[in-house]
Ligand binder design. Sequence first.
Ligand SMILES: [Zn+2]
Length: 241
Amino acid sequence: MKTLEAFGLHWDGEVYYQSRHVDIYNDIINDLQRNKLIYPCTCSRKTLTAASDRGQPQPDIYPGLCRNRQTLPDGPHALRIKTDNRIISFQDELQGLISHNLAKQDGDFIVKRKDRIVAYQFAVVIDDDLQHVNHIVRGFDLLDATPKQIYLQQLLGLLTPRYMHVPVIVDEQGYKLSKQTQATAVDLASPHRIIFALLVLLKQNPPIELQQAPVTELLGWAVEHWNPVLLKNAHTVSCDD
Ligand SMILES: [Zn+2]
């Protein structure tokens, strides 16, 4: 929140904390479980690797080992949602038409982890609906999550927002800049310099006179001149310094 404020990015309404909505997520999960759309899964990574060695074509696709279990497991287990063969399609504002078959490309996916944490996939779908989110702009690295979220929206009878997946910044090796790859946090001391650099990276061609402009002026320019066509189909942008 401090970072957003330093960058002149303000939010409307109260801050929404997922930790305060755990009961809502769990109620919906329980409903789906009663309707046999969600089932417990005790598979470990080891079990899944072994299954994939026995001829499962792609190790990342869940082969449905626990789908037809009749009794509830005693020990810790994850909860998976059943997928089907429907084609999930959406028109991404930058990446074009995306079509995805969850059953074939992912298999049944986890909505609640073994450690009882509700999966990101599931929580955000509920959050977006509760907050009436109608446009989602986020990094290209989350494009694969979108068909799962749209599937959940369809199951729960929720509206599907519009999506735009913008390129992520990568280093010289092609890795996304992130905490995991030890990228340094953004410097709060000179936000205008960073916003200017980002606008250049996002191919928005900010006029050089704006280089020293205050944050609000830069953002005002960016809103007025934002042209996503310049980024069409881009998955990454790379920073050299
Ligand atoms: Zn399983």
